[in-house]
Design a protein around this ligand. Structure first.
Ligand code: ASP
Ligand code: MG
Length: 420
């Protein structure tokens, strides 16, 4: 048994959906649990629907939703003949589910409405793909994952209730594989014990796939992406970035910590706990090896470069030349927690401390104001934080050359520099 996850870009057109079918044909002798995201930018489009609705602009919300409907109906029309009516009927049920709510006035929290509307994107896309696959002879069973993934009611960032979800997977999903090679479902969404829809946070479907892999004791999980492998740097910033074909779980967690847009650490945990390898493969060139992430200790990784722009440095100095000690530092970290802001880098000296953050102006302002009760504050903006794991002097010099260095931190594996 394998778990596959196809992201939004892999199903964003009629041809891409056909391409997914071609990939699944390559695995026709396997049992597959397949998670598919909302098509293309549907999640963003649905977010706009919720915004309009919550602003009291009902007509605009319905009109924006109409566009999402039309796109999906068109895609279904191009893909389906025999199953066209059945699919349209199912799509209409989901449309009604959202529209019924959009006709009301908002009386609950924004996050609640967000989840009720945004979850529709994954339901629409999986319904279309499932009907298409069945039509061309790739038999599969479509499941509404909201009947399986039980969560709390922390809308937009719901946590999975592992006990109930595990029972549901064992009771409902496993037996389906007696009759079907493919069970096809949604990621990113779940439901509360009161049948309200929930979402697990943006980009949450990688995580959903990992939860399935864990509970099904899968042999592996594959995330099908539009890149050929995990890279040692962002190819948009570094045209000569190279692919890394083997990584371990901890390295991915470290890379994500420093801001690399690889795989969310939340996705790694359920896999790491059961020692299930994670493959990242390219849906455009499925024969390429991609990247495997597993439990092996690795040597000889290339320098891994992460660049974070738009950094704000806050320098806090004690007013009376007293040392910066436990109490004010504890107060400061308390403030970080309260403002939900995490420093990307901190450095202490005797009577001053430096913290570097992503520049979220509202939060930085609040933080500076609150901290000025204890410290003198200087804020410097527009900085870049460079992190290199497995650095070499050559790479480091090249990337810092000609730039003004405000701060540097080194361990044996990692160097970080704050640059202007
Ligand atoms: N469709 C959701 C998003 O775009 C979830 C996902 O694709 O992982 O964030
Ligand atoms: Mg996505």
């Amino acid at each position: 048994m394998q778990v596959f996850k196809f992201g939004g870009a892999s199903v964003n057109s009629v041809d891409r959906v056909k391409n997914v079918a071609d990939i699944l044909k390559l695995y026709s002798n396997e049992k597959l649990l397949v998670v598919i995201s909302a098509m293309g930018k549907t999640t963003n489009a649905l977010e706009k629907v919720v915004d309009a609705f919550f602003d009291g602009k009902k007509d605009e919300a319905l009109q924006l939703f109409q566009q999402v409907k039309q796109q999906h109906l068109n895609t279904a029309k191009y893909l389906l003949v025999k199953n066209a009516l059945a699919c349209e009927a199912q799509l209409n049920n989901f449309f009604t589910e959202a529209e019924w709510l959009l006709h009301d006035k908002p009386v609950k929290d924004y996050d609640y409405y967000y989840d009720q509307v945004v979850c529709i994107g994954e339901l629409l896309s999986t319904s279309i793909v499932s009907h298409y696959l069945n039509e061309i002879g790739i038999n599969n069973k479509w499941i509404d994952v909201r009947d399986v993934f039980r969560t709390d009611d922390n809308f937009r960032d719901a946590s999975i209730d592992w006990e109930v979800t595990s029972k549901n997977v064992n009771g409902q999903i496993i037996k389906l594989f007696n009759d079907f090679d493919i069970v096809l479902t949604q990621g990113f969404i779940g439901s509360t014990d009161e049948n309200e829809s929930t979402t697990l946070g943006r980009e949450g479907s990688d995580y959903s796939a990992a939860v399935f892999a864990n509970l099904l004791n899968a042999e592996g999980q594959t995330i099908w992406k539009d890149v050929t492998s995990v890279m040692n740097a962002d190819p948009k910033q570094f045209p000569d970035a190279t692919g890394i074909h083997e990584l371990n779980y901890n390295e991915v967690i470290e890379m994500a910590y420093y801001g690399a847009q690889v795989i969310h650490p939340k996705t790694i945990k359920p896999l790491q706990n059961k020692n299930i390898p994670l493959y990242v493969k390219c849906f455009l060139e499925p024969s390429l090896p991609g990247t495997v992430i597993h439990n092996k200790q690795l040597k000889n990784l290339p320098p891994i470069i992460v660049i974070k722009e738009k950094q704000a440095m806050i320098e806090l100095s004690s007013r009376d030349f007293s040392f910066i000690e436990e109490k004010p530092i504890a107060e400061l970290f308390h403030l970080f927690e309260k403002l939900k802001i995490k420093p990307n880098l901190t450095q202490n000296a005797a009577i001053s401390m430096i913290c570097v953050f992503d520049d979220r102006p509202d939060k930085i302002e609040k933080l500076a104001l609150a901290a000025s009760e204890f410290f003198d504050i200087t804020v410097t903006k527009g900085l870049t934080l460079l992190t290199i794991r497995y650095y070499t002097t050559e790479v480091y010099n090249k990337l810092t050359e000609g730039k003004k260095m405000l701060l540097q931190q080194r361990t044996t594996t990692t160097v970080q520099a704050l640059l202007r």
